[in-house]
Design a protein around this ligand. Structure first.
Ligand SMILES: NC(=O)C1=CN([C@@H]2O[C@H](COP(=O)(O)OP(=O)(O)OC[C@H]3O[C@@H](n4cnc5c(N)ncnc54)[C@H](O)[C@@H]3O)[C@@H](O)[C@H]2O)C=CC1
Ligand SMILES: CC(C)CC(=O)C(=O)O
Ligand SMILES: [Mg+2]
Length: 353
């Protein structure tokens, strides 16, 4: 098969982890007789520097024409440390998600048997964890009206959801639950927020369409606690944009590193595969970032976007093998063991595929 993949490396460690994902994807393509054409495009701070905007029209065109998009990360300290910057890399990320219609961000959280002791959480709590967050990605407080009042002393960010937005995300959640253990948790703050009450009411109304699915409704603050206390009690979780963003970073602690967790952003026009982490600016250019979240995102791309399960499994298998053999970057290296460079991990995976 032939694929055209849009390649959006972004900022910070983005280009470094993307580089390794390209190496591994090309090796997989070669092994299974596929042909990949990568089309790089600008995004984030790199795009602001080059053309003044964080998600240029040309980049959007490239994404729309591609069979899938592989995304690194965006963000730069010069914007993080300047709250008054009029144009920000993150605006590009949000615009990209909106324009590509990527309303559902699938974020699996799982453990690797060889890394159980890398987690600060106790083995008996986390062993066997295998849950999936479906994070709503194009609505909520990140996209509502925001601003400052005339007094200059007051700021606001509105959280808005429509029933249709909740329904399309929840539908994916129910469908996913049907393919797994038929357990769905709707995470909200319905005791306080009107948007959460709309979420709860909408999901409750959909329950009759999926009689086999057992749905629980839990408040986000309690989920934040139970997620690290009893992660095995969850299977599929649906939630709004902000809650999903926060809870999935928290959940990455279960796996042992933020640098391990992949995701798929799916929706209307195309699908995009991205690690859940950001541009980790402290590591930029040091060749130390863990590339596995991006490589495992590429595995999700092979499976979900191209329907190539064997290729995806081959990537996951070699990743598992590398972890078992201690070929890991410094975030996973235990005391006294060697920390491999980002590019060394990629090279090892290619050689051992
Ligand atoms: N999707 C995206 O492009 C995202 C962009 N950002 C942006 O990234 C910048 C940095 O944000 P932070 O809050 O520091 O989040 P971050 O996810 O970049 O880093 C947080 C911490 O996670 C760990 N980490 C992240 N990626 C790793 C990797 N590949 N290997 C090993 N460890 C890793 C590091 O300990 C790091 O200090 C900001 O500009 C932010 O806006 C943040 C989150 C997502
Ligand atoms: C700019 C943020 C919305 C990015 C982020 O934290 C994420 O998508 O996980
Ligand atoms: Mg995040």
């Amino acid at each position: 098969m032939k694929f055209n993949i849009a390649l959006l490396a972004g900022d910070g460690i983005g280009p470094e982890v993307i580089n390794e994902a390209v190496k591994v994807s090309d090796a997989i393509a070669k092994k299974f007789n596929h042909e990949i054409t990568w089309t790089p495009a600008l995004t984030g701070a790199a795009a602001i520097d080059a053309v003044g905007v964080p998600y240029p029209d040309e980049t959007h065109e490239v994404c729309m024409k591609a069979d899938a998009v592989l995304f690194g990360a965006i963000g730069h300290p010069k914007y993080d440390n300047d709250p008054s910057a009029p144009v920000r890399p993150e605006q590009g990320l949000l615009l990209m998600r909106k324009k590509l219609g990527l309303f559902a961000n699938v974020r699996p959280t799982f453990t690797f048997p060889s890394l159980i002791d890398n987690s600060p959480l106790k083995r008996e709590r986390i062993e066997g964890t295998d849950l999936v967050f479906l994070r709503e990605l194009t609505g909520g407080i990140y996209f509502g009206e925001k601003g400052r009042r005339d007094d200059g002393e007051t700021a606001f960010d509105n959280c808005v959801y429509t029933r249709a937005e909740v329904q399309r995300l929840a539908k994916k959640g129910f469908e996913l639950a049907m393919t797994r253990s038929k357990k769905l948790c709707c995470v909200d703050k319905a005791n306080v927020l009107e948007t959460s009450r709309l979420w709860r009411e909408t999901v409750q109304a959909m329950e009759k369409e999926y009689p086999e699915v057992t749905v629980s409704y839990e408040f986000v603050d309690a989920v934040a606690m139970r997620l690290v206390q009893w992660p095995n009690s969850y299977d599929v979780l649906i939630t709004e944009n902000l809650f999903g963003d926060i809870l999935t970073d928290e959940a990455s602690v279960i796996s042992g590193s933020m640098g391990l967790m992949p995701s798929a952003s799916v929706g209307e026009h195309t699908s995009l595969y991205e690690p859940i982490h950001g541009s980790y600016p402290q590591a930029t250019g040091l060749n130390i970032a863990n590339p596995l979240a991006t490589i495992l995102s590429a595995a999700m791309m092979f499976e979900d976007a191209f329907g190539l399960k064997d290729e995806a499994e081959a990537i996951r298998a070699v990743v598992n093998k590398s972890l078992e053999q201690g070929i890991v970057t410094e975030d996973l290296a235990t005391k006294g063991s060697k920390a491999y460079k980002t590019s060394e991990v990629g090279d090892w995976l290619v050689e051992n595929l």
